[in-house]
Design a protein around this ligand. Structure first.
Ligand code: GLN
Length: 281
């Protein structure tokens, strides 16, 4: 069997199982199996695959047909300008979250050395992207999940940032330290009743711990806000990602906790996605 033939089998099977990007994903799966770029595959259509390749291809295909996200199958996802390793212990980095990076970069001057805390770091994509852009800064990154911390540490090493970011496997409630200039967080914020309404890819494969914001969707947002008040310097900034429809209540919570609202930022699909606020009391 040659590349073209196996790609066609892949596409056809993905298509009949309602996978939208069936051609692209078939190509990406073959590129994973052969450890070659998509381009190399597309210009060598007549090359042959061996038995071992076919077996691997089928295994990945079945995982995708069971709606496992491509990022977990491939083992990585691009976020901001960088590549991050992921597995099913961490949320897959979303393009929506890139607005958190944009807002952080506006605040952090290139030559200043600031102390940053990332609450619920997951794959580490937020803090690692930021430190790649702002090499004079130092950071702490917390996550409740030991497995997530392991992935985040691996990602930090891949980006040569292991000496600038301290990773701690701890619940934010238990954390105390010297104060920070900037706190970032993409906390779990999906309402429990909405968890079942998420796409199958998310619902059956991404970690609930990284998604569930409790009954009202605010349990973790509240924790982050309350704790940030204690962990931020005066005039320090909190940039928190929120869900669509969580703006008003988040603003109330922030104000109750001594924050001034600088800005509510929409993502690229026009949904309220993050709030930039300053600790003033
Ligand atoms: N934006 C994510 C989703 O619903 C949720 C991320 C989160 O809870 N922080 O796909």
């Amino acid at each position: 069997m040659n590349y073209q033939e196996i790609l066609e089998i892949g596409s056809r099977n993905l298509k009949i199982n309602n996978i939208k990007n069936f051609n692209l994903e078939s190509e990406l799966i073959l590129s994973k199996v052969l450890n070659k770029s998509r381009e190399q595959i597309l210009i060598n259509f007549r090359n042959f695959v061996n038995k071992n390749h076919i077996n691997k291809f089928n295994k990945y295909l079945i995982r995708r047909i069971k709606k496992e996200p491509m990022a977990y199958i491939l083992g990585f996802k691009y976020f901001w300008k960088y590549k991050f390793l992921v597995n099913n212990s961490v949320l897959i980095p979303r393009p929506d979250t890139e607005v958190v990076i944009e807002e952080s970069l506006k605040l952090l001057k290139i030559n200043k050395s600031k102390k940053i805390l990332d609450i619920g770091t997951g794959s580490g994509c937020i803090v690692i992207s930021l430190l790649n852009e702002r090499p004079k800064c130092k950071a702490t990154a917390l996550d409740l999940s030991r497995k997530a911390i392991k992935i985040a540490k691996t990602n930090a090493k891949l980006h040569h940032l292991e000496n600038k970011i301290e990773f701690i496997n701890m619940d934010i409630d238990k954390y105390s330290s010297n104060k920070y200039d900037l706190i970032l967080s993409n906390p779990p914020y999906v309402k429990d009743i909405n968890l079942n309404r998420l796409d199958d890819d998310i619902k059956f494969h991404e970690p609930k711990l990284a998604l569930s914001g409790g009954l009202d969707g605010f349990s973790e947002i509240k924790k982050v806000i309350k704790k940030s008040r204690k962990l931020l310097k005066n005039n320090g900034t909190l940039i928190i990602e929120i869900g669509n429809e969580q703006k008003s209540k988040s603003i109330i919570l922030l104000k109750e906790n001594g924050f001034y609202i600088n800005k509510v930022r929409k993502d690229y699909s026009g949904k309220d996605r993050c709030i930039v606020s300053t600790k003033i009391s």
